[in-house]
Design a protein around this ligand. Structure first.
Ligand code: PBG
Length: 327
């Protein structure tokens, strides 16, 4: 048989396969999302996310060191307060849970890069991502609180802030307040393309942040929309975002690629709680191989254009990358 092209030639040897590999990744691109709770000596497993825990501030250090040893150099912190109120005042309290966690993390592991998720839903009694006017979130009033939240996180030690609320104008509002307080060098990673997704189910269980009524569809995006994703991304670029994010990651690879090609900013993708829980439960049932699947999911996100991968599997992935299993 005279075949001019034999693609299999390049797959014929493992060394060659690695040489021609198109997607390369490194543990420095991983971010681990971590839940911090009030109280002491707590490491509570999250029922819907086996292998993930809520840590009290005094128990954070062991996990942070473990992450660092695994080669994960960045952590995103989520606070779970004891008390919630209508305006989410715990989100921007000087001694709020996440502020205490930032101080502790900075002191315990000064080499770790710390990112703050800026949102109100873990702190509001109604579970929505801002203050309410009637049955809906009041956009402009919420902006002020989000900016205060971002500032308080930075003052407590956050190296970067990541607004996940999906209010219009939040990047500009946060930038303005940070700059006015001489934090002009603190970057903003905007959850620009964040969908109203059922993949967040286990997170809301973890953070006790499910909305008490209704849903988030008046602020998070409709997952049917692609052009609107571009609109959101470009608005955040114009408002001064330094990095952009697509969330969830799995099932949204098309948009990771689209936004990557559209802008010049680094691209983050958040592989969310539902993705994690699906892998964990299916693997526990013996139907899939957990490590192979999490590697394949990660590579698909990177192949789509991800520079920064936020995942509950960060430690496992760092290990797989170091061992050369992927990357
Ligand atoms: C806060 C926030 C959420 C997630 C990250 N930040 C929940 C939501 O929007 O309901 C989800 C993360 C995950 O599912 O892992 N707004």
């Amino acid at each position: 048989m005279e075949l001019t092209n034999r693609p299999r030639r390049l797959r014929s040897n493992p060394t060659l396969r690695k040489m021609v590999r198109e997607t390369r990744m490194d543990p420095s691109s991983l971010v681990y999302p971590m839940f911090v709770t009030e109280g002491s000596n707590k490491k509570e497993e999250i029922p819907s996310m086996s292998g993930q825990y809520r840590y009290s501030v005094d128990r954070m250090e062991e996990k942070l060191i473990e992450l660092q040893n695994a080669g994960v150099s960045s952590v995103m912190l989520f606070g779970i307060p004891e008390e919630k109120d209508a305006c989410g005042s715990g989100a921007y309290a000087e001694d709020g849970i996440v502020q205490k966690a930032f101080r502790k993390a900075k002191e315990a592991c000064p080499g770790l890069y710390l990112i703050g998720d800026v949102c109100m839903c873990e702190y509001t009694s109604h579970g929505h991502c801002g203050v309410l006017k009637g049955q809906d979130v009041d956009n402009d009033q919420t902006l002020e609180l989000l900016a205060k939240t971002a500032l308080s996180q930075v003052q407590a030690g956050a190296d970067m802030v990541a607004p996940s609320d999906m209010m219009d104008g939040r990047v500009a509002a946060i930038r303005q307040l940070l700059d006015a307080n001489r934090y002009e060098n603190v970057p903003i990673m905007a959850y620009s393309v964040k969908f109203a997704s059922s993949f967040y189910g286990p997170f809301r269980d973890a953070a006790d942040s499910a909305p008490a009524f209704g849903d988030r569809k008046t602020y998070q995006m409709d997952f049917h929309n692609r052009r609107e994703a571009k609109k959101e991304a470009l608005l955040d670029v114009a408002e001064g975002a330094d990095l952009l994010m697509v969330k969830p990651a799995m099932a949204y690879g098309d948009l990771i690629r689209e936004i990557k090609d559209l802008t010049n900013l680094p691209m983050a993708a958040y592989s969310v709680s539902g993705e994690y829980a699906m892998v964990k439960t299916t693997a526990a049932a013996g139907f899939i191989d957990e490590t192979n699947i999490l590697c394949e999911m990660a590579v698909s996100a990177y192949r789509a254009g991800t520079d920064i991968y936020i995942t509950y599997f960060a430690e496992e992935l760092a290990k797989c990358m170091k061992e050369g299993r992927i990357g």
